[in-house]
Design a protein around this ligand. Structure first.
Ligand code: GDP
Ligand code: MN
Length: 387
């Protein structure tokens, strides 16, 4: 679960990290209220969307007086922001964050992520932070330092001080810098986060170190331990189909292609996507209906796939183990009836109750093509899409 910057900054503040407070504005009429709370110019107006690269895309603007503030707020609120992280369709800005602007001398970068290979958190840090960080990572990776963190001990004070000095930060501020790095790691570990990122971390004119931006992502599998944050999820920022699927206990992930996929088991769902890709097609989604889905859940799964207008054909790939093929067949037949399915449909069924499932399908009025292997199924569905 990703958070907005304003939410991340609230958590940062709880952990004693230096951030500037601000006001969240959802409607231009709320700018007055923001001005009352933060009367002193200049300000920064920041689009609140779950994607980075806002600055370069025009979603972060400085305002030096009240008139400018209102203009910038009106420009950004309601704009569709297109950054490398939003996809070409962009993201509608429904909230902005108005915060006093800081005057700074230097931009650095620091983040904490999980190093899956080493099975521990790792700090990524650079003295060259700012909006060009992706470019830096691609062209000058040696400028990014890594500090591996013991998951039990956290970031040790000596590691934090060493990082501070390695980033070229002033010796006078070593306790402040070390504290920030330790607090970021403590937050990452205590809240089961998958990402904490501060870009830029800045050195202010007086030498103090400050978090100018804040990004936090919770690990979804850890959220059950942090119920107080569950309501912080912003449905506006999530894929509507992914949310609907989660509500029915289905694992659905949107992809870019046009072949709708329905499989049982994450492994089979991934293999299905691979097979489609292998034969020159492109999956529209990953969908695992799970090991014990009911006919009703399968109907919901179909509805979710079909709500995606890019979908031009559907592949059902089921290996019945705990999941019974007749249940799937019933779900497909009911769903097709309910939604008036007219797209090409390829079905591959194997395993428990396969004969019953096949019989139900063949006795129905459903139009479909049966495939007896995964290769055949993938080839058929790709052919159906390509006409
Ligand atoms: P991002 O592009 O989505 O990561 O948004 P950021 O919050 O990092 O802002 C992008 C850029 O805007 C920063 O790298 C700064 O150059 C600039 N910026 C943001 N806040 C301030 C501020 O308070 N003062 C100044 N001078 N620049 C700011
Ligand atoms: Mn940033």
């Amino acid at each position: 679960m990703k958070l907005h910057e304003y939410q991340a900054k609230e958590i940062f503040a709880k952990y004693g990290l230096p951030v500037t407070p601000g006001a969240v504005v959802k409607h231009l009429s709320e700018v007055d209220e923001a001005l009352k709370r933060f009367p002193n110019a200049p300000w920064v107006v920041k689009a609140q969307i779950h994607a980075g690269g806002r600055g370069k895309a025009g979603g972060v603007k400085l305002a030096k007086d009240e008139v400018e503030l209102r203009n910038k707020a009106s420009d950004i609120l309601g704009m569709t922001l297109v950054s490398p992280q939003t996809g070409p369709q962009g993201k509608l800005v429904k909230k902005i964050f108005i915060t006093p602007a800081m005057d700074y001398a230097k931009e650095l970068y620091v983040s904490v992520v999980l190093d899956r290979g080493r099975q521990c958190p790792v700090i990524l840090a650079s003295s060259e932070g700012g909006t060009e960080i992706e470019d830096l990572a691609a062209h000058k990776p040696q400028a990014i330092q890594k500090v591996y963190v013991d998951p039990i001990l956290g970031l040790e004070p000596y590691q934090a001080r060493q990082l501070h000095l390695n980033l070229g930060l002033s010796r006078d501020k070593i306790n402040q810098g070390a504290r920030i790095f330790q607090d970021l790691v403590r937050m990452f570990l205590e809240l089961d986060l998958s990402l904490v990122e501060v870009n830029p971390l800045v050195v202010l004119k007086d030498g103090d170190i400050h978090c100018l931006d804040a990004k936090v992502a919770f690990e979804d599998n850890g959220l059950a331990r942090h119920k107080e944050y569950a309501s912080w999820r912003d449905p506006d920022e999530e894929d509507a189909r992914e949310l609907a699927a989660a509500g029915h206990g289905l694992s659905y992930i949107s992809l870019d292609g046009n072949i709708g996929c329905l499989a049982n088991g994450a492994g089979l769902a991934m293999a299905t996507a691979d097979a489609i890709q292998h034969f020159g097609g492109s999956p529209a989604n990953f969908l695992d209906v799970g090991g014990s889905a009911t006919a009703k859940a399968v109907t919901q799964a179909f509805k979710i796939i079909l709500s995606d207008t890019r979908v031009k054909a559907i592949l059902v790939n089921i290996f019945g183990g705990i999941m019974k093929c007749d249940v799937i067949a019933q779900g497909i037949i009911e769903a097709a009836k309910e939604v008036g399915l007219s797209l090409p449909l390829v079905i591959r069924l194997e395993g428990t109750n396969v004969e019953q499932g096949k019989k139900m399908l063949s006795q129905s009025t459903l139009h479909y093509q049966f495939a007896s292997s995964m290769d055949e199924a993938a080839k058929s569905v790709v052919r159906a899409v390509q006409g």
